[in-house]
Design a protein around this ligand. Structure first.
Ligand code: BES
Ligand code: MN
Ligand code: ZN
Length: 489
C-alpha cells in the first residue's frame, strides 16, 4: 500500500473518505451541493459516527460518479485510537472494492501530524494480506486499492509516518508472515532463513546456534523438545546496538514452529492452530526489525528458541529427566508443556552471554491463559512492579494489552519434583501461573524479568480495525512502544 500526504485533494478518479466525529456533520461541508442528500442518507441509515463505523454511498461529483465513504471517529474514543481505526476501516472497506485510490480528507477534524500519521499506520496495518497459496482468486476478490492519499494532516505528518511507523508496519508484517506460514514451510531452519532475508541491510547482527553448538552448551531442555523431530532446533540471536547506557535489554521468544504435544499428543481437532506456536519468536523478530529500521537509541538482544515438537522414535518420553543449561534438572511429566523448556535454556543463554538488566519473554505458553483472559488481554507476569507497570502502559498505548497475573512461592512449590529439581507441569489449576513460575526459576538474581503469555493473542478468529482474521502481529507494537517510552528517554 502506497500512502502519501497532500495539502489538497488530487484530481481524477478516487474514492473519497470523509471522517465525522459522532453525530457532528460539519466535516461534510466540503461536499457542497451534495451535502444535504448525503446527510439525509446518513440519517436514514441511522449512522451515528461511532469510531470504526462507516457508511457508503455514491454521489454525483461534477457529472461523474464518486464513491463516498463516511467513517465515524466517535466522540469518547481516544483521538489516536480513533485515527488508527479510521485508517484501518478505510483499508478494509476499499481493499477489494475496485477502487485503486482512496483520498481521506481530514480537513476540519482538528488532527495534528501525529494523528494523521496514525491514520496512515492503521491503513497500512489493515492492508496486510497473504495470498501466496491462493491460486484461484477471482478477479473481483483480488485487492485493487494501491494508494491512499491523506489530505489535511498538516506539516510533519509524512515525516512522522515514515520515521516512526513504517518500520513498525514492516516489523508487524514480518511477524504476521511467519505466523501465517504453515509448519511444512516454516520450521526452525527456514524460520532463520526467512528472517535473515527479511532483515538484510537493516543493521541487525544475526547469530545462529545449531544442534551441535547447543549440545556443547548443555541446552538439554530445548534439545529434549527438539529431538522428536527430523527438523533440527535452532537458537536465533538478533542484536541491535543503537547506543543507550547500561546493560542491554533482552527479548526472548518461544518459537515452537509446530506443537503436536509430542508423545503427550494433542487431540486432532484444532491441532492445525499449533503452527502459530512460534508467535512469541515471531513478535521478537518483528520488533527487532522495527527497532533496527527506525534506528532506536537502545541496546537490545532478541533470542528465539526454535524447535518443532513432534512424537517419533527418538522423541522424549513423559518421565524423562533433562539437564538444562543452567545445571538445574527437570522431570518432563508432559511433553506438551514444551514451551517453558525451550524458554528455560534461551533465558539462561541470554543471561550468560549478554548480562541483560531486563528480560522480557513472549510465548504462546498455555491454554489456561485463554481460560483466564480470553482473547482481549495477554497475561503479564513479572518479578518487578516498575517493569510491569511500564509494560502495561506500553500495552495501553500500542493496543497490545496486558493484564497482570500473580507470582508467589505457594505456586512455585507446585512444580517441585520427587526425582529432579523441578517438573515441567503443575496441577491443572493456575496452569499459566505455574508455567511462569517455571521460567522464573531460570532468572538470575537481580535481573528484572517479565513473561508475557500471549496464547490468546497471536491469532484471531475475527477481524479488527487493524488486522484481518488470522495472524495479528501481537507483541511487535508492544515491544516497540516499550523501547520508545522506557529505553529511549
Ligand atoms: N502451545 C501450547 C499452548 C497453547 C494452547 C497455545 C492453545 C495456544 C492455544 C502449549 O505448549 C501447551 O501445550 N500447553 C499445555 C500445557 C499443559 C500440558 C500443562 C496446555 O496449555 O494445555
Ligand atoms: Mn504444548
Ligand atoms: Zn506449545
Amino acid at each position: 500500500m502506497k500512502i502519501r500526504f497532500a495539502d489538497s485533494r488530487p484530481a481524477g478518479d478516487y474514492a473519497l473518505v470523509l471522517p465525522v466525529p459522532g453525530k457532528d456533520r460539519s466535516t461534510l461541508a466540503s461536499l457542497g451541493a451534495s451535502q444535504s442528500s448525503v446527510v439525509a442518507a446518513l440519517d436514514r441509515a441511522r449512522f451515528e459516527g461511532e469510531a470504526a463505523s462507516s457508511s457508503e454511498q455514491f454521489i454525483d461529483d461534477d457529472g461523474s460518479v464518486r464513491r463516498l465513504i463516511v467513517v465515524g471517529t466517535g466522540v469518547g474514543t481516544a483521538p489516536l485510537d480513533a485515527a488508527e481505526k479510521l485508517g484501518g476501516t478505510v483499508a478494509s472497506k476499499l481493499q477489494t472494492s475496485g477502487e485503486k485510490t482512496a483520498v481521506i480528507d481530514l480537513t476540519g477534524l482538528g488532527y495534528d501530524a501525529d494523528a494523521a500519521a496514525r491514520v496512515a499506520l492503521g491503513a497500512a496495518l489493515r492492508s496486510w494480506r497473504y495470498d501466496r497459496y491462493r491460486t484461484k482468486l477471482k478477479d473481483n476478490q483480488k485487492p485493487t486499492l494501491g494508494e491512499i492519499v491523506i489530505v489535511g494532516g498538516g506539516a510533519g505528518a509524512a515525516k512522522r509516518y515514515e520515521q516512526r511507523w513504517v518500520p513498525v508496519v514492516e516489523g508487524v508484517s514480518l511477524t504476521r508472515e511467519l505466523v501465517t506460514e504453515p509448519a511444512n514451510i516454516i520450521y526452525p531452519e527456514s524460520f532463520v532463513e526467512r528472517v535473515k532475508a527479511s532483515v538484510k541491510g537493516s543493521g541487525l547482527d544475526l547469530e545462529v546456534l545449531d544442534r551441535a553448538a547447543m549440545e556443547k552448551l548443555g541446552m538439554g531442555a530445548l534439545l529434549g523438545v527438539a529431538q522428536g523431530s527430523v527438523r533440527e532446533g535452532r537458537l536465533l540471536i538478533l542484536k541491535w546496538n543503537g547506543g543507550g547506557k547500561g546493560q542491554p535489554t533482552a527479548f526472548v521468544g518461544k518459537g515452537v514452529t509446530f506443537d503436536t504435544g509430542g508423545i503427550s499428543i494433542k487431540p486432532a481437532a484444532g491441532m492445525e492452530m499449533m503452527k502459530w506456536d512460534m508467535g512469541g519468536a515471531g513478535a521478537v523478530v518483528g520488533a527487532m526489525k522495527a527497532l533496527a529500521l527506525r534506528k532506536a537509541k537502545a541496546s537490545i538482544v532478541g533470542i528465539c528458541g526454535l524447535v518443532e515438537n513432534m512424537p517419533g522414535g527418538n522423541a522424549q518420553r513423559p518421565g524423562d529427566v533433562v539437564t538444562t543449561m543452567s545445571g538445574q534438572t527437570v522431570e518432563v511429566i508432559n511433553t506438551d508443556a514444551e514451551g517453558r523448556l525451550v524458554l528455560a535454556d534461551a533465558v539462561t543463554y541470554v543471561q550468560r552471554n549478554y548480562k541483560p538488566g531486563t528480560i522480557i519473554d513472549l510465548a504462546t505458553l498455555t491454554g489456561a491463559i485463554l481460560i483466564s483472559l480470553g482473547h482481549e488481554w495477554a497475561g503479564l507476569f513479572s518479578n518487578n512492579d516498575e517493569l510491569a507497570g511500564k509494560l502495561q502502559s506500553a500495552g495501553e498505548e500500542s493496543g497490545d494489552k496486558l493484564w497482570r497475573m500473580p507470582l508467589a512461592e505457594p505456586f512455585d512449590r507446585l512444580i517441585d519434583s520427587p526425582i529432579a529439581d523441578m517438573k515441567n507441569v503443575g496441577p491443572r489449576e493456575g496452569g499459566s501461573i505455574t508455567a511462569a513460575q517455571f521460567i522464573q526459576r531460570f532468572v538470575e538474581n537481580g535481573v528484572k524479568w517479565a513473561h508475557i503469555d500471549m496464547a490468546g493473542k497471536a491469532w484471531s478468529d475475527k477481524a479488527s480495525a487493524t488486522y484481518e482474521k488470522g495472524a495479528t502481529g501481537y507483541g511487535v507494537r508492544l515491544l516497540d512502544q516499550y523501547v520508545a517510552d522506557v529505553l529511549e528517554r
